[in-house]
Design a protein around this ligand. Structure first.
Ligand code: MN
Length: 135
């Protein structure tokens, strides 16, 4: 598997705008910026985003639909969940979490912004090599 033919969805451009919130290289492809904003996010092996929280005053949160490779999702204080294509993750508003690739495999998921009022993302600390290496 390589990054060029991971799935039917485009890989997009290097995710420079959010690079400071990731360890490793990620890519971002906007699939829809209308109605329900949806992005395809691709992670190189070992790449993961920092701990973060999707906030909103009402509604909000995020859904992930896994489309290629192997990855991880973890909520603060809980064991990490292994992800494979076809898996769906429902991330409630206000829950601290991270998502990213397995150390030996590319990973790709669709990220869907659940509609909400005054939605924004709070970025927190990185997932340390020590934590990640335990997975
Ligand atoms: Mn998230």
């Amino acid at each position: 598997m390589n990054e060029k033919n991971l799935s039917v969805f485009p890989i997009g451009e290097k995710n420079d705008a959010f690079a400071r919130y990731f360890i490793g290289q990620s890519y971002l492809a906007p699939l829809s910026t209308e109605q329900v904003p949806t992005f395809n996010v691709t992670f190189e092996p070992g790449c993961r985003n920092n701990w973060h929280i999707h906030h909103a005053k009402e509604g909000g949160g995020q859904m992930l639909i896994c489309v290629a490779g192997k990855g991880w999702y973890q909520e603060w204080g809980k064991p990490a969940r292994a992800l494979k294509p076809g898996d769906v993750v429902n991330i409630p508003e206000g829950v601290k979490h991270w998502h990213g690739a397995a150390r030996d495999c590319w990973f790709q998921h669709l990220a869907i912004e659940v509609p909400g009022v005054d939605g924004h993302t709070e970025w927190c600390e990185p997932v340390s090599d020590e934590e990640y290496s335990k997975l």
